[in-house]
Design a binder for this molecule. Structure first.
Ligand code: FEO
Length: 423
């Protein structure tokens, strides 16, 4: 263990397999990544060199301000004129930061990126002559006695993401996939401290919103004869790499099974200062219940703890959110709930908003806009009520619930819209 630590903290490349070196950078001081992710001890930007009998490949680079370390490690294992291929599995700046300089130092090298990465490359190298080869699943680079195979794995976690498999050594260069923000100079998963919490946290925040794409990628990854996973962040997974593939499969399964026995599910959340928005929520729920075919659940989120509801919403078919308008805005628990939805895929679900107000009543529209921004469908206009809802306004809430149920169960009649309604 001590030897591994000593090897990783020098400026030399670290051998991870025959003819394969880690040449990345350690960033132990980082505490916040991409603004939203916290890390207790930093991260690593992993990049690798593969030497074949017919040339050298560099796989990924590092964040720009770690370029000097990256180039020193690269120079310790290869000359620039030997580099035949540069592979970028993902173009986010933490992996592409040293690319422009590397292209200058190794101008003969062919750059390989996923076919979906082309717009991002143009965004990175403004105005520069772009010479690259877009690749997809089935494409390969022949380095003589070493071969790199590409696997297109989009949306893990950007559209451009791909993995690269080194056939002869059974190494998957997986980009962000199977990575974590955990910095330990001992580098290998069997030598570093316990990083399981970081692996799970990283999955929850980076990969979970793209769960369906993770499952598609696993279909390609699981059959590979893996001996080692070399991710772009965190420990190199040389001990039992298949364990991490299995864990991704487990984490990508549904958290909560739909227990509605084939029924559609509508979850209704509300906050209510004086009982008005609650009365509207209850009327909406009753309307949906009466329409039938939908399991309706009602939750008061005034307590502010919204994280338990994220799993519920991920599996629900529709959600309705009720907020009073206070100081021209929806209330904090509602915004907390809405912001937590970026961790799951809610695209295509049905959404609705409602709420009472005193003067201006902006909350309903704000919530509807946010639901649309999250790519939910908002097929029915919400209901607002000034102060205490009237009998008619509560009836409108019942109709809203009924309409949501009809949309969920495919029983909405096509309506002919009179042009006058659009005026
Ligand atoms: Fe590690 Fe998505 O960049």
């Amino acid at each position: 263990m001590a030897q591994a630590a000593a090897a990783a903290i020098t400026d030399l490349g670290v051998a991870i397999a025959p003819s394969v070196h880690w040449i990345g950078a350690l960033d132990p001081g980082l505490r916040s990544f991409d603004i939203i992710l916290k890390t207790a001890n930093g991260t690593t930007y992993n990049s690798y060199v593969v030497r074949g009998s017919a040339g050298v490949a560099v796989i990924d680079t590092v964040k720009e301000n770690f370029s000097a370390t990256f180039f020193r490690r690269l120079e310790s294992v290869a000359r620039y004129d030997e580099i035949r291929a540069i592979v970028l599995n993902h173009l986010e700046p933490d992996h592409s930061g040293a690319l422009p300089e590397l292209l200058k130092r190794a101008p003969q090298a062919q750059l390989y990126i996923s076919s979906r990465a082309q717009p991002m490359l143009k965004g990175l190298l403004h105005g520069e002559q772009l010479n690259y080869m877009p690749v997809t699943t089935g494409d390969a680079v022949d380095l003589g006695d070493r071969t790199l195979h590409f696997l297109q794995t989009p949306y893990l976690h950007w559209p451009d993401t791909q993995c690269t498999f080194l056939e002869e050594e059974g190494i998957l260069f997986s980009g962000d996939v199977f990575g974590c923000h955990f910095c330990d100079a001992r580098l290998f998963n069997d030598a570093v401290g316990d990083f399981r919490f970081s692996f799970e946290y990283y999955y929850a925040h980076i990969m979970r919103p793209f769960r369906a794409h993770v499952l598609e990628a696993l279909e390609q990854i699981e059959p590979l004869p893996l001996k080692l996973i070399a991710p772009a962040h965190g420990p190199v997974l040389r001990d039992a790499p298949e364990r991490y593939v299995v864990r991704y499969r487990e984490l990508s399964a549904s958290k909560l099974k739909n227990e509605a026995a084939g029924e559609k599910t509508l979850v209704v959340f509300y906050v209510s200062a004086y009982g008005s928005t609650r009365a509207m929520a209850e009327a909406l729920a009753a309307g949906a219940e009466e329409a039938g075919g939908v399991r309706v659940s009602l939750y008061d989120i005034e307590g502010g703890e919204v994280s338990p509801f994220v799993d519920l919403i991920e599996e629900a078919d529709a959600l309705a959110i009720g907020s009073p308008t206070i100081n021209g805005d929806a209330v904090k628990p509602v915004w907390d709930l809405l912001s937590s939805l970026t961790a799951v895929n809610v695209r295509g679900k049905i959404g609705a908003a409602f709420g009472s107000y005193g003067w201006t009543g902006e909350a309903m529209q704000m919530v509807e806009d946010r639901l649309r921004g999250l790519k939910l469908r908002v097929p029915v206009r919400g209901v607002r009520a000034r102060l205490i809802p009237t009998v008619e306004e509560l009836a409108n809430c019942r109709v809203l619930g009924e309409q949501l149920a009809l949309h969920l169960t495919g029983r909405v009649e096509n309506r002919i819209i009179d042009m006058a309604e659009l005026a």
